[in-house]
Design a binder for this molecule. Sequence first.
Ligand SMILES: *Cc1c(COP(=O)(O)O)cnc(C)c1O
Length: 375
Amino acid sequence: MSKFYPVAEPDIGEREEELLLDAFRSGWISSLGEYIDKFEDDFAKFCESPHGVAVSNGTVALHLTLKALNIGPGDEVILPSLTFVATAAAVKHAGAEPVFVDCEADIGIINPAAVAHAVTNKTKAIIAVHLYGHPADMDALRAISEKGKIYLIEDAAEAHGSTYKKKRVGCLGDAAIFSFYGNKVMTTGEGGMVVTKNEKLNERLRFLRDHAMDANRRYWHPEVGYNYRITNLQAAIGVAQIERYDELSKKRNNLLSMYKDTNIEKRCGLQLNPRKEWANTCVWMITAVFDSSNQVDINLLQDKLKSLGVDSRPYFIPNHLMPPYQACRTVNAEGGKQLTVTNELSAMGINLPSSTNLLKSDVQYITDCIENALS
Ligand SMILES: *Cc1c(COP(=O)(O)O)cnc(C)c1O
C-alpha cells in the first residue's frame, strides 16, 4: 500500500482559482480590494450576523477581539482546557489571565457548571470553544454571562456553519471568531474573521486591525494598533469557499456516514463525532472517542496506522498541562481543581483522515487498518 491518507486536505477547485486570478489580475493584491468587502459581507450573512471583520488568521482574530473589548492585565478570561492552544495564547497576548475549566464528557465542549464555579469579580469574558465543530451550550453560558455582565465570545474556528438549536454559530454571543487555516471547514490558506452584532465593536475592531489610524486624520494614531489585515487574494478564495459551502458540508457529512457505515464504532469500541440532540454540526474532522473501558494506547495506535499509510491526530493536549499555563487556575464542574474529564477525554480521542475526496474504498481501508492495529 503506497497510498498515504493525510488527516486533512483543502477542498479548493476551479471557482477558487477563477476568483483568485481575477483578484491577482486586478492588481489589488494587498489588503484593499473588492473581494475583502465581499468576503466580510458574505461571511457575516452566512453567520446571520451584521458585521464581519476579516483578519490574517484566527489567533489574531481572538487577540483583536479581546483588545477591542478592553480586556487586559488584571482581568480573567474563562476558557476550556481542551482546545487548540491559540485560544489560551490569545488571552496571554492580551495580558489577561486564562482560567481553565473542565469539559463535558464524550463531546468535550466547555462545561457551563464549571464556568459558573470559575467566575470571580475579575472575570471579563468567557470563550466558548465549539470544539471539533460541535457548538458549546450557549444558552447556559449566556445565562452566566448576563448575570455577571461578562462578555461571551465564541471560538468558532472549527465550526463554520454548525448550528445550536437551529441558529448558526457566530451570532450567539458578543462576538465570534473563525479561522480559515488550510485544514479548516472553509479555507483561505491563512485567514480569520471576527463576526459581531455590535456596531461599536465592529468599528473598534476595524480601527485596531489597521494600525489604529484616526478615521478623520490620516497617519494620526491615538492608540497602539496592529497590522492584522488579510489580503484581497485570500479573500477571493474565501468568497468562492462560501459559495461552495453547501457542497463542502454535504461532502463532509457524507464522509461521516461512510465511516459509520463500516460499523467501526461496534468493531472497535468507539464513538464517532458524538453530538447533543440540539446540535447540528458541520463535520470538521472525523473524531473517534474510544470507550473508557477500552484501554487503547493512542500513541501506539497512531504509530501503527502511520506505518500503514494512515495519518491521524491525537486530541488536543489539555492546555493547563503545558509550561506557559501550568500556574493558571483550573476549575471543574464541582468547583474543584482537577480537570479529570478533560484529561481522560484527551487521552481517548483521535482524529482520522477527514479529506472530502476520500472514497468508500479508502474509508474501508482506513477502518480495517484501525481494527487490525487494535487486535
Ligand atoms: C485553528 C484554531 C484557532 C486559530 O486559528 P489560526 O487561523 O490557525 O490562527 C483558534 N482556535 C481554535 C479552536 C482552532 O482550532
